[in-house]
Design a protein around this ligand. Sequence first.
Ligand code: CA
Length: 515
Amino acid sequence: MRHLTLASVLLTSMAVTTPAIADGHLMIVDEPLELTIHMHHKRYPSYNEDWPVEQEARRLTNIHLKNATVGSNTDNSGEAINLLLASGKLPDIIGTSRIKDVVNQYGPQGAFMPLNDLIEEHAPHLKAFFEKRPDIKAAISAADGNMYYIPYLPDGKYGRAYFIRYDWLDKLGLDLPQNVDEVKAVLEAFRDGDPNGNGLKDEVPYFARQWEELIRLVTLWDGRSSGSDTYHDFYVDSGQIKHPYAGEGYRDGIKNLTEWYAEGLIDPEVFTRGSSAREYLLSENLGGMTHDWFASTSGYNRLSSEIGGFVFKAFAPPASISGKRIEEHRRIPIKPDGWAIGGTNKHPVETIKYFDFWFSPEGRNIVNFGVEGVHWTMEDGKAIFTDAILGTGRPVNSQLYELGAQLHARGYFQDYGYEIQWSNEFALEGIALYDEGDYLIDQFLGVAFNKDEQAVYDKYWPSVRTYMLERQQAWILGTGDVEADWDAYMADLDKMGLNDVLAAMQSAYNRQYGG
Ligand code: CA
């Protein structure tokens, strides 16, 4: 029980200095304190007290989290949080995916604790973080100006990129496509030139695991498909909230993509093939080009051992019709996932100190990499995974979830160093290419509605969105003609309330970001 005596000494001196004494300076309480937690995410529908990361946090802080998750029999976190709220009794800590809207709605009513003053007085690492990132503080603040949750904050900028079969280009005597016309020419050559060499016209020139990555191509006609890392999201254009699917570039993009689809340049099963599309079309030597994540897509170069010459690498975003090269997708710096303090928590100070622990250098390493000396060791000031993680041949992120690390239903700041250690050379080469070209664009970080705005959004948005997506798919599949239908479509959107939704979002946006 050496910790306890040491901790009590340290607690009195902590305000003055930050003693660098192992196993002591992170202690939050003298005696172990149990806090209850609801933690729900589709990958872990309850909190596991045996997670090595929980055990390590207990050892270092004396705070013990006790599982009190409601709805663990469903993998739907939204259902689980609704069950929890309906029970009328919240645990000390609530961590879940998509917690943002829940806390912004019920926090001001008292169900969750406002965090601003607690952070100011008791959480030096969180305070320092938000002072450095006022944009993130604005993005997670509710309509009443308070923060009600600590988010999961992804690190690293790059997400998806354009990928193409370099060996097919070589075989057909083609260069990397530099603009939208050259992309079309390359896809036609993939369709007609039998680059897989089996004598069959079986190539699938453009494919996507998520069909939304087909819609993404409207950016080649200066349209937009989303303003954030969430598909179909709103975007900000010079301070104005707009929706991508009501723009002329989108209309022109859909017109062209409809032609590409009809001409066999797009996977005919793009809307139905689903998440196995990449695995299937690459391993069967059929797929030519896609838009997908750097790390996992680069990993397919392992197929070169089975498919002679196979090279599937990122290439720079092709120039649009007006000459702009953009990569619309990037990692968002802040997710709507994270954790919050229940409104009836009797230990708010200890709880915010516990939240702060995960933003300390020590806590941040644990939440990102696991337990020091077991899953990683410190080398030149950096946490480097041991063979216990890298030697298994299993996906690193899956292993980390099993340890209780990298849990998105916990508020923490990711360290990209965790991912770079298992990104292959092709991914790193692609990221360097995108970095050099500076292709990323600004993102819409979302708004927090007040009651009236929320009511407008809830009343109109779901049906507007459904209608947009129905029309989008119908046009691509050849039903209707986007150019001929456009004016009527825009009139329908107005009648259905799109402009009311945009006005509500604009008012929330102006309040939140001082527009
Ligand atoms: Ca062929």
